[in-house]
Design a protein around this ligand. Structure first.
Ligand code: PRP
Ligand code: URA
Length: 209
């Protein structure tokens, strides 16, 4: 899966170890989700084109480059994706933000879309979707379908934990979308939860269970 980039770094493994631990409380869980999102965003922007600019250091003038936030939009998939938003905003504070509301039906495991609101010039932007979990891949596929139907051409997907089954499904349906994940786990269980995973990301971020 050449379009799947896994962050392989001891610092990420360390943060994931705390994140996954069932004893980790809501406050620390939220902070770690934000921090890992920041690293995912850093990696996802490795191919960013910079606008050439001349600046003056205390020593001399120099030609350099600056990122143009107007070229980007972040789209969290509600609810759990919101947990990653503050992390990515720290990397690119002026990027526009859209929202896609989706939940997995607990019996069919199919995603249900309940909200869609994106910046009006979305088709001109590179869109970075954020959602901590990519399990069956159904939510990711539907979110990408929706954005493509609005004319978006360049899409990246950032997730903290992914399952091989979901990655296969998303890359098959959308081979042009690059997926950045902090870790590829082993498999899905019979309830389509990621194993070993971290449980229900939304519930752990918002303390709802
Ligand atoms: C979780 C997660 C993804 C989805 C992944 O959301 O945040 O959106 O499941 O599963 P999939 O790859 O099988 O589609 P959930 O349905 O728990 O909703 P929530 O964010 O509102 O808690
Ligand atoms: N959604 C989650 O929050 N966790 C999983 O393991 C799968 C889907």
């Amino acid at each position: 899966m050449k379009n799947v980039i896994e962050l392989k770094h001891p610092l990420i493994e360390h943060k994931l170890a705390i994140l996954r631990d069932k004893k980790t409380g809501t406050k620390e869980f939220r902070e770690l989700v934000e921090e890992i999102a920041m690293f995912l965003c850093y990696e996802a922007l490795a191919d960013a084109k910079l606008d050439e600019e001349t600046i003056e250091t205390p020593i001399c003038k120099m030609k350099t480059g600056k990122l143009n936030d107007d070229n980007y939009a972040f789209i969290p998939i509600l609810r759990a994706g919101m947990g990653m938003l503050d992390g990515v905003i720290q990397v690119m504070p002026n990027a526009k933000i859209g929202h896609i509301g989706m939940y997995r039906d607990e019996t069919t495991f199919e995603p249900v879309n309940y909200f869609f609101k994106v910046p009006k010039d979305i088709e001109k932007r590179e869109v970075i979707i954020i959602d901590p979990m990519l399990a069956t891949g159904g939510s990711a596929i539907d979110a990408i379908d929706l954005l493509k139907s609005k004319g978006v051409k360049k899409i990246k997907f950032l997730c903290i934990i992914s399952a091989p089954e979901g990655l296969k499904a998303v890359t098959k349906k959308h081979p042009d979308v690059k997926i950045f994940t902090a870790h590829i786990d082993e498999k899905l269980n019979e309830n389509k939860y990621i194993v070993p995973g971290l449980g229900d990301a939304g519930d752990r971020i918002y303390g709802t269970k």
